[in-house]
Design a protein around this ligand. Sequence first.
Ligand code: SAM
Ligand code: SF4
Length: 344
Amino acid sequence: MSSAVMTPPTVGASAMTDPFGRTISYLRVSITDRCDFRCVYCMSEDMTFLPRADLLTLEELDRLCSAFIARGVRKLRLTGGEPLVRRNMMSLVRSLSRHLGTGALDELTLTTNGSQLARFAEELRDCGVRRINVSLDTLDPEKFRAITRWGDLDRVLAGIEAARDAGLAVKINAVALKNINEDEIPSLMQWAHGLGMGLTLIEVMPLGEIGEGRIDQYVPLSLVRARLSNNYTLTDLPDSTGGPARYVRVDETGGKLGFITPLTHNFCESCNRVRITCTGTLHTCLGQEDASDLRRPLRASPDDDLLNAAIDRAIGHKPKGHDFIIDRKHNRPSVGRHMSVTGG
Ligand code: SAM
Ligand code: SF4
């Protein structure tokens, strides 16, 4: 990280504000749609991945992210697929970290399944990453293997330990799955809070074909919360992140518990984020089919004029919100893209 180049963050005229007055300050980038796991709620077993030739290079991803930072993005999350399986991905993290040094970016972070964390934790910290999200739905090795289709729990736990040892703050994300991990949520929470890690629960979203219906996976978090309230005191915390999660403090553990409830509570009114895929497609809403190609304007010209025009057009059409439904009548994907393509 260098603080030599002082580019002030761009605000004002070139800030990205959508037709509903929401200013975009958070970018999520899926740097690969590939993954070493095949979680049952995320992917089908026989996924077809994007042709490698369609991918943006790491240098192009850097240019694209930097263009968004110049337009007012303050928080950047690398995700996927599994971001840590993309070859040489640390060179991207290292180059993007220059924006932390200049103060243009407040936070550079990532969401990972943890399988490769033991290798990269220290380097991530050295690049200015301070907090990461690790997805982990169960502490039972057999269930873990079943959910991820072949993942090794011990490897992920070792990755989490390495991250904590490196001084990274770790938040655990868990998708609540009917009849699979719903009974385990209290023990998962006790474990996470016992190690000083927050836990955020997520409702399964109807994104992409996964080879089975969603109704068999979906459990509303309102039910999970009601069950937890029988044994724990949950105190609402003020909404401070501007993100989709609502948080409570659990008096008995002293830890923080988040709920991401796209199905039971729509959080779109405060949405400050957009997503780009590894092929340079901009999605301004996770739950709608909207898509804008940024790869063509990126490649068409070495300056960012065409790119900025394309970004403006897309932000000008950011949908008001998603309308996910899962019930017996709506047991098909709302959106054809898998979460691994859009970037969760
Ligand atoms: N591979 C990394 C990981 O698992 O953390 C990053 C990408 S993954 C797509 C990001 C997050 O999306 C994970 O927490 C995962 O559990 C969540 N996710 C994937 N598919 C989902 C779905 N259909 N509904 C809700 N969450 C989903
Ligand atoms: Fe891979 Fe993450 Fe999707 Fe699981 S949730 S298959 S780890 S991208």
